[in-house]
Design a protein. Structure first.
Length: 321
């Protein structure tokens, strides 16, 4: 079975889960990039795609719950007292989806993605705090290497740090990203008696509700107009982008349940690297830069160090009594 804590090596199913996560999100990244117009825009409404994607994820989870897990309506009702806690990460995800637009309006994308890597460290800190499990110096060193690898990969121009409030908003976004992932992991593992698909049903339903509330305040006309809501969805790029995002989100939930929020950060770093390779060798949009080659090596070393380093608790168990 899938273990629920970080061990020193992956089980075959855990390794398969990471590979599936990376393949799905890399494919999604390449399709979304290929779908851009010459002006760098998309045919679909980016403010509604989150709701459509979350709805598809909810339908997937519901289908799996009733048909694969043989779930019942009475089981859903009985789980309400536990399922309501998923409103917390659902609300956080909705804020993140909307906050990113605000931050990117006041900060260039290069600066945003370089500094957004700080969420890796906040994920490590919150994981220690929530699960009361110290990572140890070597694992912290591995996380610092991971941050370095991501920054080296994404850094291509002078950082724009001339205004303070966008940096403050970005700090909030980093903390929310980490907190939502770690709290979601906590719920998945704390309520382990609940079926995974049922847990995802609760999570996705709250995410849909909160995103629709935010859309109501941001673009009320879009929410009540099917023509505006589904504008640009009728093409093959939109279909695959939404479908892959839904499957990728489901794979991310499984990583949180059976691995950890920190391993999800490693998965995201691998997606970043594989997407770059795909852009170079499949889309042929640019050449591979020397900093990107270095970043691949740094992330690989970081993952090896993290997975082979014992935690302080594991080291204490080896001491003679």
């Amino acid at each position: 079975s899938l273990a629920v804590m970080d061990k020193k090596s992956f089980t075959p199913l855990q390794a398969l889960l990471i590979v599936v996560f990376v393949v799905i999100w890399t494919s999604r990244s390449l399709i979304v990039r290929a779908a851009r117009s010459a002006q760098g825009e998309y045919s679909w409404n980016v403010t509604t795609v989150v709701i459509v994607t979350e709805t598809l994820k909810f339908l997937m989870a519901t289908s799996l719950f009733f048909y694969a897990s043989a779930g019942t309506v009475s089981t859903i009702k009985a789980s309400a007292s536990k399922g309501v806690y998923f409103a917390v990460p659902g609300f956080m995800y909705a804020i993140l989806n909307n906050l990113q637009y605000v931050v990117l309006l006041s900060m260039d994308a290069g600066t945003f993605w370089v500094l957004y890597n700080l969420r890796i460290l906040s994920s490590g800190f919150l994981s220690q705090l929530v699960f009361n499990k110290k990572l140890g110096q070597r694992k912290w060193g591995a996380l610092l290497l991971l941050v370095l690898g991501c920054v080296v990969h994404q850094y291509s121009e002078k950082l724009s740090l001339d205004r303070m409030w966008p940096l403050m908003l970005l700090g909030v976004q980093c903390l929310l990203s980490s907190a939502s992932g770690v709290f979601n992991e906590y719920l998945f593992k704390k309520e382990d008696s609940l079926d995974t698909n049922l847990q995802n049903m609760w999570l996705y339903s709250f995410t849909i509700i909160f995103n629709m509330i935010f859309l109501l305040f941001r673009e009320p006309a879009t929410l009540f107009s099917p023509a505006l809501f589904f504008k640009g969805y009728y093409n093959v790029y939109a279909f695959f982008a939404i479908t892959l995002t839904a499957f990728g989100g489901y794979a991310a939930a499984l990583i949180l349940k059976y691995l950890s929020a920190i391993m999800k950060e490693y998965g995201s770093a691998l997606v970043m690297l594989c997407s770059t390779l795909g852009t170079v060798y499949i889309l042929k949009e640019k050449e591979l830069m020397i900093n990107q080659i270095f970043s691949i090596a740094i992330v690989g070393i970081s993952l090896y160090v993290y997975k082979t380093s014992p935690s302080p608790a594991e080291e204490a168990e080896k001491l003679p009594t």
